[in-house]
Ligand binder design. Structure first.
Ligand code: PLP
Length: 358
């Protein structure tokens, strides 16, 4: 079966098999990776290797710290403003869907968030043209969600926001293609799409920004404190960290992010072509220039067919295609771990379904 869930998402099968084989006795430890001390040599070596591999995959420059933290991405809707801005400071938000909207709402507890650009009037179907953004020069940072998991709207380049640090929620497209990390002040991503199991968040932060929280934030929320302790300030999500490390090794063996991008482009192109070539049987409302390569929402021409589509697709081994309740219809999430054969099977099913239920 192929799992099209938006998250927690499918993990690469070889990774799960390796984890299964090592579950009871990890390396020379005679115990599970979940049972050994996070301050022991074996775990710390594994943790360091995972960070090295992630740095190599993303080309993370010196001068950036990588944090492996407990929790979910939503926590950082609060933690980023806590750390990077003072309460009286403005923060600019670019609203392109539900996740940037949620981050905007949460920031109001800590700073003065402003909507510098937002496409909500059109139902989040495009990225507002850069020329229309009203950025404030005194903003502490600019927040974007680089991929809107629900609305299927994606940034393909880091927008130019001048000297103000750019913060990106990359939860649902990190590691899907090469990026230029130096264009960002801070990147955060929940693990449960392209990295590993939920419970782990990765934060990549430019070192100078760590100074902004000095003395203002409780230690557990303070990025600088986590950086000082190499993400071992308290017990990290050890099993999730280990699995993330296996995913990074898998990505390297697949040829890294350039190879991943080529495969992701092919998958997305195949699926959008099937939607656009269906004579209106299926539809995706997003501006083609901003169509997500990770999450593809689509509707059927008659919503009365939705339940049948879901029942038949499930029976055909195509799982979790139900769309998010905010946009309805279907959603196919085609993260890194989705093989091209999965999308081929989905497209064949969609064509067949349209023929049988025309
Ligand atoms: N940001 C984006 C883009 C997401 O897709 C999600 C979850 O799907 C989140 C944030 C929230 O993540 P979490 O559930 O880990 O808090």
């Amino acid at each position: 079966a192929f799992n099209f869930s938006a998250g927690p998402a499918a993990l690469p099968e070889p990774v799960l098999r390796q984890a299964q084989a090592e579950l009871l006795e990890w390396g020379a430890e005679r115990a599970s990776v979940m049972e050994v001390s996070h301050r022991g040599k074996a775990f710390m070596a594994m943790a360091a290797a995972a960070e090295r591999d992630l740095r190599e995959l993303l080309g993370i420059p010196d001068g950036y710290r990588v944090l492996f933290l407990q929790g979910g991405a939503s926590q950082h809707f609060a933690q980023v403003p806590m750390n990077l801005a003072r309460p009286d400071q403005a923060v600019d938000f670019i609203l392109t869907g539900s996740w940037s909207e949620k981050a905007f709402a949460d920031a109001a507890h800590f700073v003065r968030p402003r909507i510098a650009a937002g496409a909500q009037d059109g139902g989040f179907r495009a990225i507002p043209p850069r020329a229309q953004w009203q950025l404030s020069e005194d903003a502490a940072y600019v927040h974007i969600a680089s991929n809107e998991t629900i609305h299927g709207v994606e940034f393909f380049d880091a927008p130019d926001v001048g000297a103000v640090p750019l913060v990106a929620d990359m939860s649902s497209n990190i590691l899907s293609r090469p990026i230029d990390v130096s264009r960002y002040g801070l990147i955060f991503a929940g693990a449960q799409k392209n990295i590993g199991p939920s419970g782990l968040v990765i934060v990549i932060v430019r070192e100078d920004l760590l100074e902004r929280s000095a003395g203002r934030v409780a230690r557990i929320f303070d990025y600088a404190a986590h950086a000082r302790e190499d993400s071992l300030l308290n017990t990290p999500p050890t099993f999730a960290w280990y699995l993330a490390g296996l995913v990074f090794q898998w990505l390297k063996a697949k040829g890294g992010l350039a190879a991943m991008a080529a495969s992701n482009d092919r998958k997305a192109a195949m699926l959008y072509a099937a939607i656009d070539g269906s004579d209106g049987y299926y539809a995706n409302p997003v501006d083609p220039a901003a169509r997500s390569r990770m999450n593809v929402p689509f509707t059927l021409h008659d919503a009365a067919l939705d339940a049948i589509f879901l029942e038949e697709s499930r029976a055909a081994g195509l799982l979790a295609l139900k769309g998010h309740r905010l946009v309805g219809g279907m959603r196919a999430s085609i993260y890194n771990a989705m093989p091209e054969e999965g999308v081929e099977a989905l497209v064949a099913f969609m064509r067949d379904f349209a023929r049988r239920h025309g």
